[in-house]
Design a protein around this ligand. Structure first.
Ligand code: HEC
Length: 242
């Protein structure tokens, strides 16, 4: 009898364990939305940690393309010159300018590295892409032109101009808001320039899509929430030159 009770207890424990492990340990499917809002550090889906060997489209490639190629009259969803729209992953892939695993035969790469000054993209007077940006695009294509997502965490404790805000401007804004004729006459290349728009509220207003200001980056999805938070934190701290 004692043994039976023991067995019963053991079986009950096992069954309970089994059920509870069913409840808690079923791996959740990885939900990845392709709307560009679930990039690095967004924190609203469970993403794998970032791998420094992989290139992430929304985080690393999209800002370069949006900033340099989707200006008004160029390769955006409204004025897709020559049928080429570079404003999102889906649009890039549908535009047939990328040959996965073969950067050198991809028209996207050919157009930015051509030696013929009349054909090079973006056309003059826009500046050429930086060598590091061209290399990133080539490597992304050679890795298969994937749309990977990862979670790099979000540093909101130490948001400096030099460490976080300036690189963010380079990636997301300066293709339009830099060079000889910056979009809207707004230059965001230096601390002094950015500080003006931090002070009048438009910097955070634009990136957080406050209806009072124009939504930025123009013709693109919102930046990942982490970046928007970092801009808010820096602006609220008085936009210091740190
Ligand atoms: C594809 C080009 C493009 C990109 C990328 C872009 N902008 Fe703009 N931006 C414009 C144009 C064009 C205007 C002026 C016309 C308008 O308001 O739409 C403008 C206007 C602005 C204004 C003034 C808005 C207002 O309502 O007065 C601010 C501030 C601004 N941009 C900030 C940014 C920031 C910050 C980024 C990067 C996160 C960025 N922009 C990325 C094209 C761009």
């Amino acid at each position: 009898m004692k043994n039976n009770i023991l067995l019963f207890v053991l079986v009950s424990v096992l069954v309970t364990e089994l059920f509870s492990s069913c409840k808690h340990d079923i791996p959740q499917p990885l939900i990845i939305l392709n709307n560009g809002n679930n990039g690095i550090g967004n924190g609203n889906v469970s993403l794998p940690p970032c791998n420094s060997d992989s290139i992430y489209f929304d985080e690393q490639i999209a800002p370069i393309l949006v900033s340099n190629c989707t200006t008004q009259g160029c390769h955006n969803s409204i004025s897709h010159i020559e049928g080429i729209d570079l404003s999102s992953y889906a649009a890039v892939m549908a535009s047939d300018v990328v040959n996965p695993f073969h950067a050198s035969s991809s028209n996207l790469v050919k157009s930015i590295v051509t030696n013929n000054p009349g054909d090079v993209m973006p056309p003059s007077p826009s500046a050429h892409l930086l060598i590091a940006q061209v290399d990133l695009i080539k490597n992304w294509i050679n890795q298969g032109a994937l749309n990977l997502h990862c979670d790099a965490g979000c540093d909101t404790t130490y948001v400096t101009y030099s460490g976080i805000i300036a690189p963010l401007m380079t990636n997301y804004c300066n293709g339009c808001h830099g060079g000889v004729s910056p979009s809207g006459g707004i230059n965001l290349m230096s601390y002094a320039d950015v500080a003006v728009f931090a002070a009048n509220g438009s910097l955070y207003g634009c990136v957080s899509h406050d209806p009072f200001w124009s939504p930025m980056p123009k013709n693109s999805t919102m930046m990942p929430q982490c970046k928007i938070d970092q801009i808010r934190i820096w602006v609220n701290a008085g936009a210091p030159q740190n």
